[in-house]
Design a protein around this ligand. Structure first.
Ligand code: PRP
Length: 216
């Protein structure tokens, strides 16, 4: 079950997601466990984030009888944001093995908090592709805004941003800002209410990139 915060923001409300989120938040969780848990939670988020995928009907034959079924009818693009978004990619690919994968490298300046895009590689996709941007943390929203604008510039119009924790005010602002031009949705396991003066989400989970890759 999901709580619809508004039409474009979906807060995933599932006991398994809550359990894994607690593991990620705890400072006692060592990085190998953090990395594995981020992958597991991403798989749950992937199921929730793909709820609105469109399907078409197909004819098929079971060993017993002819019948009909449904298959996904669009191309799917996964776009993890370096570095921390990479920790979500494998969970998504587990259930979306046919997805194409693009990459965006964005680094947030620690003082000014402004994002700097240092790399991108987006594969050719059809115009009606369903794109999923993956980044565990949405704080000021600068990084996600940069990623959305890049996909938009590549004619990609159906975008779901998947995060583990988002600062609630940022998400509401982004949803308002882009919704007239895009089919933009946000799926997150948590909406935290505070951003500190260093741009960290509170209570949050710390630096997801450092905790995923052991660079503490
Ligand atoms: C973190 C996080 C997001 C960004 C969120 O990445 O993974 O990409 O900050 O902040 P924002 O919403 O204020 O832009 P960071 O810049 O630390 O890079 P890293 O993943 O390489 O550690």
């Amino acid at each position: 079950m999901n709580k619809g915060v508004n039409d474009s923001i979906r807060l995933v409300d599932h006991p398994l997601a809550a359990h894994k989120l607690s593991t990620l938040r705890s400072e006692d969780t060592p990085y190998p466990v953090f990395r594995r848990t981020l992958k597991e939670l991403s798989l749950i988020l992937a199921v929730e984030a793909t709820r609105d995928l469109s399907t078409k009907e197909v004819k098929l034959k079971t060993p017993l009888k002819e019948t009909t079924g449904k298959v996904i009818d669009r191309e799917i693009l996964l776009v993890p944001i370096f570095r921390a978004g990479l920790g979500m990619l494998d969970g998504f690919l587990e259930i979306l093995p046919d997805a194409k994968v693009g990459f965006i490298g964005i680094y947030r300046n620690e003082r000014s908090l402004t994002p700097r895009k240092y790399y991108h590689n987006i594969p050719k996709v059809s115009k009606d592709v369903f794109a999923f941007i993956l980044d565990p943390m949405i704080a000021t929203g600068g990084s996600i805004r940069t990623a959305i604008e890049l996909l938009f510039a590549n004619d990609i119009r159906t975008i779901t941003v998947v995060s583990v924790i988002a600062y609630s005010k940022t998400l509401e602002k982004l949803a308002e800002e882009f919704s007239p031009n895009l089919k933009l949705k946000f799926v997150t396991a948590a909406l935290d209410q505070e951003l500190n003066d260093k741009g960290f989400i509170v209570p949050g989970l710390g630096d997801a990139g450092d905790r995923t890759f052991g660079s503490l």
